[in-house]
Write a protein that binds this ligand. Structure first.
Ligand SMILES: [Ca+2]
Ligand SMILES: [Ca+2]
Length: 257
C-alpha cells in the first residue's frame, strides 16, 4: 500500500481508513494489464505505462481484514498471482469510553488522574494537558495524569480523544474535570487564593509605588486574586508593613501611583 493511502499513526502498517487504497505493483512492459485481487476477487485494473514500479488504485474495499494480490496479463496470458499482503480497512470510529477523574473538583497544583475505560486494543487516548498510558498498545483501562495549572490543564477543555490505528477518532467523552476557584480571600488548603507575590519597590513593576514618595523603604505585596471563571482577575498592591493599607487595585495599580 502506498504511504499516502496508508492512513493513521503509521503509513507502513497496511491499516487504513481509505477504502480505495493505492498499491505499488511491478510492470514488465507497456500495455500489460495489472489486475488487483481482494480476497481472490478482481478489484480494479491498471494498464502499464512501461517497465517498473507503478501504482494501481483498488475498487472499494469493505471494512475488515483482506488479502491483496495482483496479476500481470501479457498478450492475453495472465500470470500467477503475487504473494498476498494483509490489509486492514477500518472506517469505524472508536467507541465512546467512560471516564472517572480524581480528585474532582480539583484545585491548582493538584495532581489529577483520569481513568478512561473501554478503550479498544491498539487505540490511543489523549486529553489536553495530561499524559496517558499505556499508549497505544493495549486496550481496557488507560490512565491519564496531569497537574492542574500546568500544560493547560485547567478544566476548560477536558475532551478525551480516542484514536484507532487507522486514524479514526472519537471525541465524545469528557474527563469531567472541574477546577474549583475559591472566592476571593479564600485561604487554608493547598492552592488557595489569593496568591501573593512580593516585589521589591525597586522592581520595575513597583517603581511607581516607590516614586509616589510613600513607603519608599517598603516592600510591596502584589496580590493576584483568582476568582470565578466569568469574573475578572483582581490585582492589588499593598504596603507589606501594613496589609490593610491598600494602595491600588486593578491592572493599572503600578501605573496609577
Ligand atoms: Ca496505517
Ligand atoms: Ca476503528
Amino acid at each position: 500500500m502506498t504511504a499516502g493511502t496508508d492512513t493513521g499513526s503509521s503509513n507502513t502498517d497496511n491499516i487504513t481508513s481509505d477504502t480505495t487504497p493505492d498499491f505499488e505493483v511491478q510492470c514488465t512492459g507497456a500495455g500489460n494489464t495489472i489486475t488487483l485481487y481482494v480476497d481472490g476477487a478482481p478489484s480494479g485494473t491498471h494498464t502499464c505505462n512501461g517497465s517498473g514500479t507503478e501504482t494501481i488504485t483498488s475498487n472499494t474495499i469493505p471494512d475488515g481484514n483482506h488479502q491483496i494480490s495482483y496479476t500481470e496479463t501479457i498478450n492475453g496470458v495472465e500470470s500467477p498471482a503475487s504473494s498476498p499482503i494483509s490489509v486492514e480497512v477500518d472506517t469505524t470510529d472508536p467507541n465512546t469510553p467512560t471516564a472517572s477523574t480524581n480528585p474532582n473538583p480539583a484545585k491548582n497544583g493538584d495532581n489529577v488522574t483520569t481513568t478512561v475505560s473501554g478503550v479498544a486494543s491498539g487505540d490511543s487516548v489523549s486529553i489536553p494537558g495530561m499524559t496517558c498510558s499505556p499508549n497505544p498498545s493495549t486496550g481496557g483501562d488507560v490512565t491519564c495524569t496531569g497537574t492542574v495549572g500546568q500544560n493547560g490543564l485547567d478544566g476548560t477543555n477536558n475532551t478525551i480523544t480516542i484514536t484507532d490505528p487507522a486514524g479514526n477518532t472519537n471525541n465524545s467523552a469528557d474527563s469531567g474535570l472541574v477546577v474549583s476557584q475559591p472566592s476571593s480571600g479564600g485561604s487554608g488548603s493547598s492552592g488557595s487564593r489569593p496568591r501573593t507575590k512580593e516585589y521589591n519597590c525597586k522592581d520595575s513593576r513597583a517603581s511607581n509605588f516607590k516614586n509616589s514618595g510613600i513607603h519608599k523603604q517598603s516592600l510591596c505585596i502584589y496580590e493576584e486574586e483568582e476568582v470565578a471563571d466569568n469574573e475578572n482577575k483582581k490585582e492589588m498592591v499593598k504596603d507589606k508593613s501594613n496589609n490593610n493599607d491598600s494602595l491600588g487595585e486593578g491592572y493599572a495599580c503600578p501605573k496609577n501611583m
